[in-house]
Design a protein around this ligand. Structure first.
Ligand code: NAP
Length: 303
């Protein structure tokens, strides 16, 4: 009896008034889970039609990022590129044009550590609490609330929001001050550069050797080569499903940020550079920026 009352109390404490900006692949899944957990959501997206499903689930529409900020405890952003993040925070109708003291702001976009620092410093000067909180786990993780959340920024904000992060993710870790979340995400993307190029060359080789590809996948998934990218993306490739998932144009953005940050630290990462060149071929030369990252195999199989 006492346990169940305790549980109810935790759930109540975890309910918040949330503004959310960006209802794309990731935002949609995350917002759905926040609604299901009983939070009040006010949402904004550049293209309103992409928010319709969430409005039907009970979210309220805001006409601008500023409107999504007013009267909410916390504002989350999950947009595309660093320039989009700049616009929704610092633009004329942006979050910071109206945010009030003690409000929490959380950028979940994969963006640059330096922009996370700029947001954090502005927030501190104005009595706001900011976090950078990029995620991993893909469209499937967003939908199933199994994301990994990598957090940097204000520790008080982190402590307040742990119950909310637990509604959308299965692992939530704090790494330090502003930008530490984005640095962790870059470490993640450097690893993914290896798993994506690995799964692609594995398939190209196995097909040329005339092996049965579904059986190869099942076998490799149970051995030392098992990894998330192969388990999630190879079945899509075998069905010729190249929809995103995770846009190639966004992965290329991430590889460019990672290499830029590595350069600033005096590091050379030749394998990550090679992955960037392959995705440049796919996005810039072949025009496949709106495909999912599994489309890398098209560099071999479309010829
Ligand atoms: P997405 O489907 O393109 O979603 C981004 C959304 O943000 C779009 O709906 C877009 O509006 C909106 N948006 C962009 N700029 C805006 C602005 N200035 N004002 C208002 N709305 C704006 O991309 P996603 O796959 O959800 O990814 C979002 C971020 O998460 C990216 O940084 C990506 O690298 C990262 N990420 C993605 C995955 C994944 O597997 N998909 C995993 C981890 C991290 P429109 O509808 O008008 O385009």
């Amino acid at each position: 009896m006492a346990e169940s009352m305790g549980f109810r109390k935790v759930k109540e404490l975890a309910r918040m008034k949330i503004g959310f900006i960006g209802t794309g692949v990731m935002g949609t899944g995350i917002i759905s889970n926040l609604l299901a957990a009983g939070n009040e959501l006010t949402i904004y997206n550049r293209t309103k039609s992409k928010a319709q499903g969430l409005l039907d689930q009970g979210a309220k529409w805001a006409n601008t990022p500023a409107d999504a900020t007013l009267n909410n405890d916390v504002v989350f952003t999950m947009v595309g590129y660093p320039k989009d993040v700049e616009e929704v925070y610092f633009g004329d109708q942006g979050i910071f044009s109206v945010a009030s003291k003690n409000q929490l702001v959380v950028d979940m976009t994969t963006s640059t550590p330096s922009l996370a620092l700029k947001i954090g410093q502005f927030a501190e000067k104005n009595g706001l609490l900011a976090l950078d909180a990029p995620v991993s786990g893909g469209d499937v993780g967003a939908k199933n609330a199994t994301l990994t959340v990598m957090i940097g920024g204000n520790k008080t904000a982190f402590d307040k929001l742990v119950p909310i992060f637990n509604q959308i993710g299965q692992r939530v870790n704090y790494f330090g001050s502003y930008g530490a979340g984005q640095h962790t995400k870059m470490a993640n993307q450097i690893m993914i550069a290896g798993t994506m190029t690995g799964l692609t060359e594995m398939l190209v080789y196995a097909k040329k050797a005339k092996l049965d590809l579904p059986t190869v996948l099942e076998t490799l998934n149970s051995g030392g080569a098992a990894n998330w990218s192969m388990a999630n993306y190879v079945p899509r490739i075998l069905k010729e499903d190249y929809t995103p998932g995770f846009f190639t144009k966004h992965f290329l953005k991430d590889l460019r940020i990672a290499l830029d940050e590595a350069d600033k630290m005096g590091l050379d990462l030749p394998a990550t550079k090679q992955a960037k060149q392959l995705y440049e071929k796919l996005v810039d030369e072949r025009g496949l920026g709106d495909d999912g990252t599994q489309a890398l195999v098209k560099l071999w199989w479309d010829n």
